[in-house]
Design a protein. Structure first.
Length: 212
């Protein structure tokens, strides 16, 4: 099985068609690559070693072993769908890696809010980062959200020690009592533990319930 490697240095990288191959996809270089096609059906893993890979279309492989991984220094994000059906593709965010839903401005590289759907499990290793923008009260258009059809593992113990970090970028005056569902779990699988942010604790949300 071969590997297709993309190395970019700018912010406007995009593939509007589909990546179809019996192999892996790697993202290297400080730039941004968008997979905009609705049916990227390569059978191997997705590895982001540097810069950002944004799934704005779909990764449609049904092989749960074909994990999408954000490695140290790499950002996995987008406003599309990873995995075509429940349990199809898992996401792993390693120590120093970033999960950041939403697109990016092709000129300035600045992040844009969005919703990333994952049909599989999401695991954050200790020291991983979940980057969330808050620019309004509407999920997916004004603030970032992961819609998860699978298990969320935040690695940390119940006391929220040793887990990943939540990075919040608030871009508007947040009203008192505002509620942000930054992880929308389908309620069928568990959300395990919770991490610390740099300033406060982060609580994950399930559909219809809160769960620490």
């Amino acid at each position: 099985m071969g590997t297709l490697t993309f190395t970019l240095t700018d912010c406007d990288g995009r593939i509007d068609g589909n990546a179809v191959l019996a192999g892996n996809v790697e993202k290297r270089g400080a730039g941004t690559l968008r997979l905009n096609g609705a049916a990227n059906s390569y059978s191997g893993t997705t590895n982001v070693f540097a810069g950002a890979l944004l799934v704005n279309g779909g990764l449609t492989s049904s092989d749960s072993a074909a994990t999408a991984t954000g490695h140290l220094g790499g950002t996995l994000g987008g406003a599309g769908t990873i995995g075509s059906t429940a349990g199809a593709r898992d996401v792993l965010v390693e120590t120093g890696g970033i999960l950041a839903p939403g697109d990016a401005n092709p000129t300035t590289c600045g992040s844009l809010p969005g919703r990333l759907t994952v049909n599989g499990d999401v695991t954050f290793q200790a020291g991983a980062i979940y980057h969330v923008q808050l620019h309004g009260l509407a999920a997916g258009t004004q603030y970032d959200q992961v819609r998860l059809n699978g298990t969320l593992d935040l690695t940390a113990g119940y006391a929220a020690t040793g887990g990943p970090t939540l990075e919040l970028l608030d871009g508007f005056p947040i009203p008192l009592g505002a509620d942000f569902r930054i992880i929308d779990n389908d309620g069928a699988e568990r959300i395990n533990t919770r991490p610390l942010t740099r300033a406060r604790q982060f609580q994950a949300f399930e559909t219809g319930a809160r769960r620490g």
